[in-house]
Design a protein around this ligand. Structure first.
Ligand code: EPZ
Length: 418
């Protein structure tokens, strides 16, 4: 089991290039099931979750050819419209194949994704939506089975009880081949949802309002192949901006989409961090003076992303004052706090809030990753901690960050994988 060994204290300088967004690539790969033609996707990050999704597509029967950051999928011959337990248990986002399989093959059988470290993470809203489109959904032996009527799914108005990113994406993919019009209300507005809409439109789907809270879809009988470049990973880029700030560095994050990072950039500026756009797709972060503590509340996009909460909390351990961080999306997303406290941070958890008192010097320690973004938070903290930090179970971070240690070393960090 790999570990990271990090010697803190080096300010990040130079440039770090952002990869494609894992959370845009996953629905895009699932969308390939909607056509028998070849779909070519560029800027696919080489991370574990993508490997899991391509394995899932192959187990369903699709031909998948990965060449560097380009993945070609041809789902012409599909034998098994199923997502088996062995794969789903390693990646909950496997539920993204529910919609496309039900839409194209009339049947989908997906292992019910368990919870994970950050919460129970049910998919009841995905199921309710599919039933609204006419599917019969049963749950037996740990599997969900969705069966469309003989004439196929039919359009409907689906109003989500609460905003769900992959729920919105799943239903978009179910609706694009349903008969008639589907309206998704209270839809997620994340850039990854908009990127999926852009891909579906290239494949011949009729989708309006992707990226807004109301998405209107006119079903079409079939979709065709397409070529599409995935959007940059705003969470990876945001993680590096925070790392540049916490180390007092001067770092240019390139190949990102600055407008996807407005909420984080606004917060960093409130803390006294300098963030400037430098040409298209590049943000420079510099911290010279003291870091001011600010409160932060996670919200669905365009609010502050929950996937950057752990990293921002690490930054607030170095800020001057008290920061109250409220996590509104997931019920248990402060697993990183206990590990940060072992490094010397002053944090108190009260329900959905973390109260951080700073600045507190962090000292290197042996710490344990619990989930993808918590491990990113530990890397950020280790970069500023005095002495050496050993982070265990870095397979969590490998799920969503492409070659993170190589990117950090290039910017002057003292990090190695052992
Ligand atoms: C997506 O997860 C992301 N994953 C998550 O990123 C991200 O944290 C999350 O959206 C919120 O932005 C992918 O896109 C692959 P939700 P998702 O459905 O879609 C509840 C990462 O680190 N809910 O928007 O699973 C749910 O429990 C990952 O890259 C239901 O109750 O999240 C949560 O409290 C972690 N019923 C809230 O809604 C449902 O049917 C938002 O979840 C669905 C969700």
């Amino acid at each position: 089991m790999d570990k990271f060994v990090i010697e803190g204290g080096a300010p990040l300088v130079g440039e770090i290039e952002t990869s494609g967004a894992k959370n845009a690539a996953l629905p895009a790969l699932a969308a390939c099931l909607l056509t028998e033609d070849t779909v070519t996707l560029h800027r696919i990050p080489r991370v574990k979750d993508i490997t899991t999704m391509t394995s899932l597509l192959r187990s369903i029967g699709a031909a998948v050819d990965a060449d560097g950051g380009t993945v070609r999928v041809e789902a012409r011959h599909v034998e098994k419209p199923e997502a088996p337990y062995e794969l789903v248990k390693t990646m909950r986002a496997s539920s993204l194949v529910l919609g496309p399989l039900a839409a194209r093959f009339g049947r989908a059988r997906v292992s019910i994704p368990g919870g994970c470290a950050i919460g129970a993470r049910p998919i009841n809203l995905h199921i309710n939506g599919l039933e609204q489109l006419g599917a019969q959904v049963t749950q037996t032996h740990g599997y969900i089975e969705a069966v469309a009527p003989p004439e196929g799914l039919r359009g409907s108005v689906v109003t989500f009880d609460r905003i769900t990113v992959t729920g919105t994406e799943d239903l978009m993919m179910a609706a694009v081949r349903a008969k008639g019009e589907t309206i998704l209300e209270n839809a997620a507005r994340e850039p990854e949802v908009q990127d999926l809409a852009d891909l579906l439109i290239k494949m011949g789907a009729k989708v309006e309002g992707g990226g807004t809270s109301t998405i209107r879809i006119e079903g079409v009988p079939s979709l065709h192949g397409a070529e599409h470049a995935i959007i940059p990973d705003r969470i990876e880029a945001g993680t590096f901006l925070i790392a540049g700030a916490i180390t007092g560095g001067n770092l240019l994050v390139t190949a990102c989409e600055p407008e996807h990072l407005n909420a984080l950039v606004a917060k960093l500026r409130q803390c006294g961090v300098t963030v400037e756009q430098e040409g298209p797709g590049a943000l420079r972060v510099r911290r010279t003076g003291t870091l001011r503590a600010v409160d932060m509340i996670t919200e669905e996009h365009p609010g502050f992303p929950t996937d950057l909460q752990a990293q921002f909390l690490a930054l607030m351990t170095q800020a001057d004052g008290i920061s109250i961080i409220t996590e509104t999306i997931f019920e248990n997303r402060f697993m990183h706090a206990s590990e940060l406290m072992r490094m010397g941070a002053n944090i108190r958890i009260e329900g959905r809030q973390a109260i951080v008192a700073g600045p507190r010097e962090l000292s290197g320690a042996q710490v344990m990753s619990s989930d993808l973004r918590a491990s990113a938070s530990l890397v950020v903290a280790a970069l500023v901690a005095r002495g050496e930090t050993v982070i265990d179970r870095v397979y969590h971070i490998d799920r969503g960050y492409e070659a993170i240690e190589a990117k950090l070393v290039k910017a002057g960090a003292r990090i190695r994988r052992v």
